[in-house]
Every structure is written in C-alpha cells, then in structure tokens.
Design a protein around this ligand. Structure first.
Ligand code: AMP
Ligand code: MG
Length: 325
C-alpha cells in the first residue's frame, strides 16, 4: 500500500510518501521562518503552508517516481496543532482525496512522532520521550493507549529553547544554534532545575537563563548550561519512568531529538539500565512520512474516515487516541 502523508500542524509543510508502512519513497519539507525576534504567527504560518502545499506535493510525487494513480490513501495531521495551520493542511488533503477519488485518514501528530520511532527501531514496547516545540511527554503503551507518565507543566522544551533564542538574538528555530554554541561553552552556570515526580517545568530555567545573558555571562556558557540542566531534567524523569515500568527499550522522538548531546545523555542512562535506546534519525522533526506511516498502520487495522470525520482537532491529546497496531 502506498500512502501520502501531509504534515501541517505548525511550521512545516511536509509531504511524505510511504510504501508498505516503513519504506519512505520520498519526504519533502518546507519550513516557515518567522520574522527576526518573533515566534510562529498562526495566520502567517498557515498562509505559508497553503502557498507551498501544491509544490511540496508535486515534488514528493516526483521524488517517489509515482503519480496519484498509484497512491492508495491520503493522510494528514488532524491535531494537535495551531488551528489555522491544521485547517489549511486538512483542506488541502480533502481536496486531494476528493479530486483523485482516494480514501482519507486524519491522524494524531504526536502519535505519528511515536510511530516513526517505533517503526524505525523495531522495538516492541518502548518507553517514549517525546520532545518537540510545544510538547514534552514521557509515554508508554498500556491497554490500547499511549499513557502519559510525565509531561511539562508549562512550556514544551523546544519552545523554551526557541524563546531563549528570541531573547538572545538567535534565529528561529534556536535549538540547533544553541546546540552549536553549547559545544563552545566552558563553564557550567547553575540554573533552576525543576522536576516534580515525572513532570517537568521549564519556565524558571528560561527566565533565569535570559537574566544571566542580560548581566553579560557569555552566551556559549549559558547555552551549555541550559542544555546540561534541561536535558538532565529529561533524563531524570525518563529514568524514573523506566525504573517504575521496568522498560527495556527507550525511544527519543520529536524535533529536540535532533540534539546529539541529548541523545548521548539518554543513551548513557539507558545503558546503565541494560535498556536499548533508539532515535528515528532524520525523522525527528515534523515530516509527512511519519503521518503516512501512522495512517498505514491504522488503515491496515481497519480504521476508516468519511470526509465529515476529518474536522481538525487542535487540542487532541496523545492519550485520546486508541492504538490498534
Ligand atoms: P518539531 O515541531 O517536532 O519539528 O520540533 C521543533 C523543535 O525542535 C523546535 O523548538 C526546535 O528548536 C527544536 N530543535 C530542532 N533541532 C534541534 C536541536 N538540534 N537541538 C535542540 N532542539 C532542536
Ligand atoms: Mg511535531
């Protein structure tokens, strides 16, 4: 089965074409860049998605070397995400499905981040650390749903990094720039460390890191300290969940999963517990292939949607979704 997946929850218009659930035939992404000093504006981002969708679809088909005739299913990210962005991507997906007379399936964006991690690792029942812009969650599949064992109580770690970047003159998205600067950091500066059981909070570390910048502490040292502190928090809650659940596999997914220092720290933690560790390399950030992969799994397990079921769900939670696969 060949599935075309459209991702459009926030910053990225992504179209992925996937064959037999795991073979990526193509994966094309175009990412919105907010004006300097600003965050993602939902209306501007949705306009960007709309303007680029057609070209991204065409490029993905071209790279896969197929036409619409060979596509068996159109899928899209139904939620959670920014309302205007979700509506734009969903409208585009509906047009494709109706025009080419294909079935359509909307899937949960967060579960898609998990699905790509699970498929690419081959793990059976992993503990998942999902870290993106808006989301920071520790999850495991229990009785048909990804149950959330811990999550951020305020801002997601990616948004925390991006906000820090806005205050310190780093271009959006700041995560990769902070990673590069952190490598040049020499001195660890103490920052607030907030873990509450398996939940986390990042607003204190953000405010404090910005104030350190304002008093003239070198940006490299703050970036280094910000990563070490916030990633140690992530490792602590993941380790607590791992011990509690007796898990022996750990997956890291979501855009912040691109960070090699975070991978290194989590891998060290997992090894200490004789657990395996995996990251869906190249597919941590938002992309259409992960949407197509999850849609393949759901469709093959009997999930179907009518056009009237495709209304977007901006606040849909990961644990709202039943897992059939
Ligand atoms: P997503 O929405 O899943 O694509 O994740 C986007 C988030 O990932 C943004 O907040 C980025 O700053 C963050 N991000 C991307 N690459 C890195 C990196 N190398 N280190 C830390 N954060 C990153
Ligand atoms: Mg995402």
């Amino acid at each position: 089965m060949i599935v075309l997946g459209v991702e459009g929850t926030a910053h990225t218009m992504g179209v992925g074409i996937v064959k037999d659930t795991s073979k990526v035939l193509s994966d094309v992404r175009k990412t919105y860049q907010p004006p300097e000093g600003a965050g993602i504006h939902p209306r501007d981002a949705s306009q960007f998605l709309g303007e680029n969708m057609n070209a991204v679809v065409e490029e993905a088909l071209g790279k896969a070397g197929i036409s619409f005739k060979e596509v068996d299913l159109i899928s899209f990210s139904q939620g959670p995400g920014l309302g205007p962005c979700l509506r734009t991507a969903a409208t585009g997906a509906r047009v494709l499905a109706l025009k080419h007379k294909k079935p359509i399936l909307g899937v949960n964006h967060c579960v898609a981040h998990i699905a790509v991690g699970k498929i690419m690792s081959g793990f059976k029942n992993p503990l998942v650390l999902y870290v993106s812009g808006a989301n920071t969650q520790i999850l495991e599949l229990k009785e048909g749903r990804y149950r959330i064992f811990g999550e951020t109580l305020d801002v997601g770690i990616g948004n925390m990094l991006d906000k820090f970047g806005r205050e310190t003159g780093l271009k959006h998205p700041a995560g990769p720039k902070i990673e590069a600067l952190a490598r040049q950091g020499r001195n660890y500066i103490e920052l607030p460390y907030t873990v509450k059981g398996t939940d986390l909070s990042f607003s204190g570390v953000l405010t404090n890191a910005v104030s350190k910048f304002k008093v003239g502490i070198p940006l490299e040292d703050i970036c280094y300290s910000l990563q070490e502190t916030s990633f140690a928090m992530l490792c602590e809650v993941t380790e607590r969940a791992l011990a509690h659940l007796n898990a022996d596999e750990v997956i890291l997914t979501g855009g912040v999963g691109n960070n090699s220092r975070l991978c290194e720290m989590l891998n060290l933690m997992a090894v200490e517990h004789d657990a395996k560790f995996s990251v869906p390399k190249g597919f941590c950030s938002d992309n259409g292939a992960m949407i197509a992969m999850l849609a393949s799994l759901e469709y093959e397990n009997g999930v179907r949607m009518k056009i009237e079921d495709t209304v977007v769900k901006p606040n849909q939670r990961t644990d709202d979704v039943e897992i059939f696969w």
